[in-house]
Write a protein that binds this ligand. Structure first.
Ligand SMILES: [Zn+2]
Length: 70
């Protein structure tokens, strides 16, 4: 059984973000995601964790630097 493989064959894949069917082909610029929002979420996932890190040391540190500010 010989199946010719065209260069631009569209494939349905699972979107890594939401798990919905996403077209993996030239018609979908956001592949392998299903839409732009899912792509942005995935790209911003690491950045979100960076911003989620709280900085409690900043407050007491500046307080030690200038106790007179209180
Ligand atoms: Zn999606």
């Amino acid at each position: 059984m010989s199946t010719p493989t065209p260069p631009f064959k569209e494939t349905i894949v699972k979107c890594p973000t939401c798990g919905n069917d996403a077209v993996y082909g030239p018609g979908n610029p956001y592949r392998p995601f299903c839409r732009e929002a899912c792509k942005m979420i995935d790209l911003g996932a690491w950045a979100t964790e960076v911003y989620r890190v709280p900085a409690p040391d900043t407050d007491p540190l500046s307080d030690l630097d200038e106790p007179d500010r209180r």
